[in-house]
Ligand binder design. Sequence first.
Ligand SMILES: *[C@@H]1O[C@H](CO)[C@@H](O)[C@H](O)[C@H]1NC(C)=O
Ligand SMILES: *[C@@H]1O[C@H](CO)[C@@H](O)[C@H](O)[C@H]1NC(C)=O
Length: 186
Amino acid sequence: MNSSVLLLCLFSFLLLSSLPFSLCEETTSQTTTPLDHLCNNLGGFYVTPDYCFTAFAADSRSRTADYNFLALISLNLTISNATDVRSNINSLLTSTTFSSTTPSSEPVRKGLQTCLKLYDDVISSLRWSAQSVSAGRYDGAKPVVEQAVGVPASCDAMPGLQLSKKNDGFSRIALLSEAVVSYLAN
Ligand SMILES: *[C@@H]1O[C@H](CO)[C@@H](O)[C@H](O)[C@H]1NC(C)=O
Ligand SMILES: *[C@@H]1O[C@H](CO)[C@@H](O)[C@H](O)[C@H]1NC(C)=O
């Protein structure tokens, strides 16, 4: 918009005239994508616009996606994150520290195994949620995704587990999925 159009707009507002308002609107309003709308409205679910945009930027299709596809993208990002955490736990378990059972490492090994199982379960339940969501059933997916958010806390509660960093990453992306699914279920 050049400055003379801007001036004209301003002038027409000031005079409350019916001058070319449509011209002004066209040039001042920006198109709000579903991504913009979603990311700016998840505050009630403890997800900041900043984190939301950053997380969705991992999949370039987000920019043009509709709401349903955004939910699927967030679920898939959550699933790949869980898969990543899971393989980290697995390599910890197969590392020399835990492959041979010594009395001192036993509680930690048990904890890791439990944690591995939790992530196994969460991956399959998130896949199920994604199917639900792709069929438009947000209400069914909601409790399942809510449960996923709690998995890292359960893992952190195991004795001697030092997974916090990765765990936290999963928490945040799971919280995003929960927020998106809850927002769309409403
Ligand atoms: C999500 O992942 C599944 C399984 O890998 C894939 O079939 C589907 O196309 C993915 N959807 C999106 C939106 O990324
Ligand atoms: C998991 O999520 C965290 C936080 O959003 C991110 O830093 C990390 O790169 C993600 N990992 C994968 C494999 O997506």
